[in-house]
Design a protein around this ligand. Structure first.
Ligand SMILES: [Mg+2]
Length: 268
């Protein structure tokens, strides 16, 4: 009977999964895989919490979740790599006001004193046809590039600028890059969620595939980091260095594979 109980339980209290590239393969139909659906059911049956930790905006994440058709909805959406929303029993998404408000204020303040840098970024983009500056409320908030090579050039430019304020950072994901405060990323958002839920990092599995996931895969905020086989080399290195699991399968099937791997580590 003891074995049956262990089989049915999830050793994790929280799954923090990236969405694009991690749960849904790029270019796929965006639907949940059977293997990940089974993991989710087992996780939820044992009282686990599921958070999608994504670079998508709230509305774009909700749209993706609807298309994903998981057997259960996520409990939390961590959006724009820094905001936290929880789902009410009625299915509404409510902001975690304290965190989101402070996050918003600190970004306004950061961007206000980064005007010179933002001007240099706009000038650089104007000279490079493959770089488009994205605005939010008439202020630059990030860039979209024509391909990942151009993104690498843009990041090189940012890294070589000696006048970048120490707390000015960015979240990079394929051809998308969002300017951010260095204190706000998927990792710190996950840390705040654990603080709210009173979960320890050892109770968290985190899964991601790209640059913007590294902050939640380096072991600081999740005791069990993992990545699917399609993860970029920098993510694979981070997960390995943190003692996590690198799956042999892509996307959601890889996350399910890692979940099973961590459960096989559990003493019987
Ligand atoms: Mg991703």
């Amino acid at each position: 009977m003891g074995c049956l109980v262990i089989f049915a339980m999830s050793r994790f209290r929280l799954l923090s999964t990236d969405f694009d590239g991690t749960l849904i393969a790029h270019g796929s139909d965006g639907r949940c895989s059977a293997a990940f659906a089974e993991v989710l059911m087992r996780h939820k049956r044992s009282g686990g919490v599921w958070a999608i930790n994504t670079g998508r905006s709230l509305w774009h994440a909700i749209e993706g979740v609807e298309r994903f058709h998981a057997p259960v909805p996520p409990d939390f959406l961590l959006t724009n790599e820094r905001e936290i929303f929880h789902r009410t029993p009625e299915g509404l998404w409510v902001p975690e006001h304290g965190w989101n408000t402070l996050c918003h204020q600190r970004h306004l303040e950061l961007f206000d004193r980064s005007r010179d840098l933002l001007r240099r970024i706009e000038e650089f983009a104007a000279r490079h046809p493959g770089i488009n500056v994205v605005e939010e409320n008439d202020e630059p908030c990030g860039v979209i590039t024509s391909d990942e090579e151009v993104m690498a050039e843009f990041v090189e430019f940012l890294e070589s600028d000696d006048a970048v304020p120490g707390d000015f950072s960015w979240q990079r994901n394929t051809i998308y890059l969002r300017f951010s405060h260095a204190d706000y990323h998927k990792g710190s958002s996950l840390g705040e969620l654990c603080r709210i839920l009173r979960f320890d990092r050892t109770e968290v599995l985190a899964a991601g595939d790209h640059h913007n996931d590294i902050s939640m895969l380096d072991g600081r905020y999740a005791g069990s980091p993992c990545c699917p086989s399609n993860a970029i080399p920098e993510v694979v290195e981070t997960v390995r260095a943190a003692g996590g699991h690198t799956a042999s399968l892509p996307a959601a099937d890889g996350v399910a594979e890692s979940w099973h791997f961590f459960h096989e580590l559990e003493p019987a």
